[in-house]
Design a protein around this ligand. Structure first.
Ligand code: MEV
Length: 410
């Protein structure tokens, strides 16, 4: 259906997607100024980034098209490559482990055991929280638990912290959580006669977790005799070297951020959650694992916090977020969480497959050459020829691109 998609023009791609019910030209419009003006302070203009797609993305036996917003030339090509390999191995399996958001209220230097009141009035406090945001209860969600802990630190004040977990249903729920926390905070301030330090959601969304896995037969890859071991070693390297783990995880976030942005969600929240989760053992770890199964197959997995929503905020206001939903055709937040995690695993696989075989530059060459050609000032009709000669003649430098362009124009 999407064969040789990369060879088509953008207009041809849009038409094919529309013919497959995955595009809506009415949504392919810029964010209206009347909206952007009310979204941020001191708005002056819009800042565009390209949106591309991954086709043939097979997850839980359903085939998806995934929109990605990114400025990095090789990201979507790499994700498509991985998607093709994953699909030929039966596709990803993904599941949401839990979908609860968390917020905290902090008191510094508590004067006595503040936890006792919470334990003795637990149901009342849950009720108080839920009454501060009744619409989420009507939608089947609401506060699930109120826990407390004390943090003692040498040479610092101790902190009494109240953790509230909330089922936000389809919303990411930042405003909801903060509203509920502030209602609880106001009540506790009176009871304790102590002004809290702050009340805010936590981006370490470790109870909003999604897992995606893939099993790959090495025979479907190049270098089948060594690739499984090399991928496993690539994971092992990232698990003992934080310098490598940071780059390993950056590659994962190349894919994740691109879909989170397309979907109209808060990618900084997802980034913060991912890196905090990667550090949960005390040492910064890779977010994916790669190992060899008893049958010799390659097993890849990702487990990652994914605090996203499908309603509210930018998701509703941005026409391109609505377009992204049309393209992906997800039905709820759990499905979107799974797709985003799956893309993260695919992006990581593509990077490790390249790094442990040909190296990363080979696959990047054409994209890099295109970028050099554009930077040298080549117009639409000249780009192809500059790229062809850059790849053939080398070196791949801006100077060389400018020289080629001069020759073409002579
Ligand atoms: C580049 O944006 C991402 C990679 O460096 C990721 C990796 O090294 O795993 C290719």
């Amino acid at each position: 259906m999407y064969k040789k998609f990369y060879k088509l023009s953008s207009q041809e791609r849009r038409t094919i997607l529309q013919d497959n019910g995955r595009y809506d030209f009415d949504l392919d419009v810029p964010l209206p100024e009347s909206t952007s003006e009310n979204m941020i302070e001191n708005n002056i203009t819009l800042y565009e980034l390209p949106m591309g797609v991954v086709t043939g993305f097979l997850m839980n036996d359903k085939e998806y098209v995934i929109p990605m917003v990114t400025e990095e030339p090789s990201v979507i090509a790499a994700a498509n490559n991985a998607a093709r390999i994953f699909a030929s191995n039966g596709g990803l399996k993904a599941k949401v482990i839990s979908r609860l958001m968390r917020g905290e209220i902090a008191f510094s230097s508590p004067l006595y055991d503040y936890g006792e009141y919470i334990d003795n009035h637990y149901d009342e406090l849950i009720d108080l929280c839920n009454r501060s945001y009744p619409s989420i209860v009507n939608r089947g969600g609401g506060v699930q638990s109120i826990k407390h802990r004390l943090i003692h630190n040498e040479n610092k004040p101790s902190f009494f912290i109240i953790d509230v977990t909330i089922d936000t249903q389809e919303a990411m729920g930042a405003n909801m959580i903060n509203t509920i926390l502030e209602a609880l905070q106001a009540h506790l301030q009176e009871i304790y006669n102590h002004e809290p330090l702050m009340a805010i959601l936590s981006n370490l969304a470790d109870e909003c977790l999604v897992e995606a896995t893939i099993e790959i037969n090495p025979e479907t890859l190049r270098f089948p005799e060594s690739i499984a071991q090399r991928l496993e070693e690539a994971y092992q390297l990232a698990s003992v070297d934080p310098y490598r783990a940071a780059t390993h995880n950056k590659g994962i976030m190349n894919g994740i951020d691109a879909v989170v942005i397309a979907s109209g969600n808060d990618w900084r929240a997802v980034e913060a959650g991912a890196h905090a989760y990667a550090s949960r053992s005390g040492s910064y770890q890779p977010l994916t694992t790669w190992s060899i199964a008893d049958n010799g197959n390659i097993l890849g997995s990702i487990t990652i916090p994914m605090a996203i929503g499908t309603v509210g905020g930018t998701v509703k206001l941005h026409p391109k977020a609505a377009l992204a939903k049309k393209i992906m055709d997800y039905s709820d937040a759990k499905e979107l969480m799974s797709l985003i995690a799956g893309i993260g695993l695919a992006q990581n696989f593509a990077a490790l497959y390249a790094l442990t075989t040909d190296g990363i530059q080979k696959g990047h060459m054409r994209m890099h050459a295109r970028s050099l050609a554009m930077n040298a000032g080549a117009n639409e009709n000249e780009i192809q020829e500059v790229v062809r000669r850059l790849i053939k003649d080398k070196p791949m430098t801006l100077q060389k691109a400018e020289l080629i362009l001069k020759e073409i124009r002579r």
